[in-house]
Design a protein around this ligand. Sequence first.
Ligand code: AKB
Length: 313
Amino acid sequence: MKKYILIIGACGQIGTELTYALRDTYGSENVIASDIREGNEDLMGSGPFEILDATDYDALEEIIAYYQINEVYLMAAMLSATAEKFPMRAWNLNMNSLFNVLNLGKEKKVEKIFWPSSIAVFGLNTPKSDTPQSTIMEPSTVYGISKQSGERWCEYYHHKFGVDVRSVRYPGLISWKTMPGGGTTDYAVEIYHKALSEKKYSCFLKADTSLPMMFMDDAIRATLQIMYADAEKVRIRSSYNLAAMSFTPIEIAESIKKHIPDFEISFMPDFRQAIADSWPSSIDDSSAQKDWKWESEFDLEKTTEVMLKNLGV
Ligand code: AKB
């Protein structure tokens, strides 16, 4: 059967690259990008694009029927830092969009769903280093609470209604094609832009704050790998831990200095420090390795090289 794919939130940091990757594999006409706003010309010009509010069930259902969609990637969400400023808006967007796609799955209007979770599901009482797949989860942010609730609902819809929903807990994501927006890990992208444009960066986290991170190519590969794994291999239907590297702001600055020796970093921690402090410093992703053969390819040095090469003029 032919595959028609819908990406919701296609103009965001992950959505953009996922759209390109899926269009490369399945053909531009079969991959429908959608977002609440227009994106860059490249993305909009590379295949079908629809303006879509993911919280509007009727609009979503109409697009699914019109394009005969069988696979949905729900990438629209309000991230950790912005969600602290707009708690109810974040909750409504993050939860209602998920219920909409899960209900379409329950009604057999779509066959397969990808929904991203995050390291934000963990909290202050979670073991901080090598955080296990199953452990204490007491998220202290609005975003984390929405992701943890979302995980429980994904598992419920899978067991109760047979919905084929798959998920990974993304760490902070580093990419050069599209800027992230509203996250706590965004510093790890901003720093490369500022290193090239101003040779200095004022970081909103403390020097020694270690967080799990991943280069976008790894994140896209993991997403496609879990989506195309045999259903019985995807044992965990809440969300899988996923890891590549962990580093602190001072460590990423050191890695940039190898290419830009006069780069300087300074520190002005703000409200995002408390969010970062509640998250793990490293993640145990052995379940993903075992179940669907996940393996990362990018470490910090390789990430820095690729980021500077692609962002440099
Ligand atoms: C954020 O910082 O909010 C996100 C995430 C870790 O999910 N990048």
